[in-house]
Design a protein around this ligand. Structure first.
Ligand SMILES: Cc1cc2nc3c(=O)[nH]c(=O)nc-3n(C[C@H](O)[C@H](O)[C@H](O)COP(=O)(O)OP(=O)(O)OC[C@H]3O[C@@H](n4cnc5c(N)ncnc54)[C@H](O)[C@@H]3O)c2cc1C
Length: 384
């Protein structure tokens, strides 16, 4: 079976790998560099920490575990960082909300350990304790991923199974014949035929769907992650501090972001104002004993539009009424890539559809009245 995958982010790369290892002839097309858009800007925190809906929480939990299976199959887990996550509440109100969340997570059987703030350095010696810290929680099962590295490893494995990856090759439109998607059309007008086309084009899926007369949007709010210079900190845990989230990045760098900083993004220049970068670094340094705010510089700022289906929930499956067209897109794609790509590949090659994907199917988007948002992605990222 010949399958074209449009998009080389974490979802396209994962799906291409899962299909290639099942013996499909896979061609993946990526308009830029693989892993260069949302997957590059992502905090890539693998979690089911604040998912409002039980089935969605469960899907995230399954995927967190399945990343380990991917690491074993790839024989490389260097992209998977298992440090856990600490969340600190800096006000009484935040502490109250945090305890309520922990109670719900315990009902779900999810590991969340409440800490006294003075215990924080035992979990990571570079975490500084402040008087206004009311309470803290350690989530031992949560991890983060180096997504560009994971994308690289997935595509390496996919090509080892015969997949062909076309970087810097934009898909101009879908090829539709007799109401059926039979391939793609490239910018130079050439056609690539396939039995099925998988749209994993993230926030740009809407443009390709519009080409076949379907109005839908997967473009959410833009977000930014600042990465500092090498050797910034020995931090080893992901840390949600009041007003900032910070995690280690390769070479002693820190990845720092906040939803508040996202709001100051300059969409003309597609970057953050310098004072916002300075403020993010100052907030991170406030919580870390080995970071000097004055001498720490942002080395890179990655900005991307969040892929965000209209109700915030994943969209995985064949598009109803258009044979040959399959979608895989979602927010929290870093967490969900492992399970959703595996299940997508299984059904693309004719396997039984999984009940785990019930409620996340495209048909809910085809009703005359689109679904209302199920949750706020910013709240789901649990940032302030
Ligand atoms: C700031 C930020 C923070 C986030 N934090 C988290 C988090 O902590 N945890 C989490 O689980 N998720 C998080 N996410 C969400 C997560 O990163 C995304 O859900 C995931 O990266 C989506 O992967 P993707 O492959 O669908 O999209 P992308 O990585 O955007 O890949 C889509 C690819 O399709 C390509 N493309 C588009 N159109 C075409 C075309 N016509 N032809 C060829 N190629 C095309 C693009 O160039 C792009 O590379 C965050 C996202 C952002 C932006």
């Amino acid at each position: 079976m010949k399958i074209v995958v449009v998009g080389g982010g974490v979802l396209g790369a994962s799906t291409a790998y899962q299909l290639a290892k099942r013996g499909c002839a896979v061609e993946l097309f990526e308009r830029g560099e693989p892993g260069g858009e949302a997957s590059a800007a992502s905090l890539a925190w693998l979690n089911a920490n604040a998912k409002p809906q039980r089935s969605y929480h469960d899907l995230n939990v399954v995927s967190m575990a399945e990343h380990l299976a991917v690491a074993r199959e790839l024989r490389n887990d260097s992209w998977l960082r298992r440090g856990g996550n600490i969340e600190v509440a800096g006000t009484d109100e935040a502490a109250h909300a945090l305890r309520a969340k922990v109670a719900r997570l315990h009902e779900y059987g999810y590991a969340a350990i409440e800490l006294e703030p003075q215990d924080l350095p035992r979990y990571d010696p570079v975490v500084r304790v402040h008087e206004d810290y009311r309470t803290a929680v350690f989530y031992p099962g949560e991890t983060w991923a180096d997504l560009p590295l994971l994308v690289h490893e997935l595509l390496r494995a996919a090509t080892a199974h015969g997949a062909v990856v076309h970087a810097r090759t934009e898909v101009a439109r879908l090829l539709v014949e007799s109401g059926e998607v039979t391939g793609i059309v490239l910018g130079d007008g050439s056609h690539v035929r396939a039995d099925r086309v998988v749209l994993a084009a993230g926030s740009r899926i809407g443009a390709l769907m519009r080409g076949v007369g379907i109005e839908m949007s997967t473009a959410g709010e833009p977000g930014a992650t600042v990465v500092t210079a090498p050797g910034t900190s020995a931090l080893s845990v992901l840390l949600h501090l009041p007003g900032v989230v910070v995690r280690p990045d390769a070479g002693g760098r820190l990845a720092v972001r906040s939803t508040q900083a996202d709001r100051s993004l300059d969409t003309a220049t597609w970057t953050l104002p310098q004072e916002t970068v300075t403020d993010l670094i100052r907030r991170a340094a406030h919580g870390l004993s080995d970071v000097d705010a004055a001498s720490t510089r942002g080395e890179r700022i990655s900005v991307a539009v969040r892929p965000y289906p209209v109700d915030g929930l994943p969209v995985v499956g064949f598009w109803p009424g258009v044979p040959g067209l399959y979608l895989i897109t979602m927010h929290s794609g870093a967490t969900l890539a492992a399970v959703t790509s595996r299940l997508a590949a299984a059904e693309l090659v004719g396997g039984t559809p999984s009940a785990l994907l019930d409620g996340f199917r495209p048909d809910r988007l085809t009703t005359p009245r689109p679904p209302t948002p199920a949750f706020d992605p910013h709240a789901a990222e649990a940032e302030t």
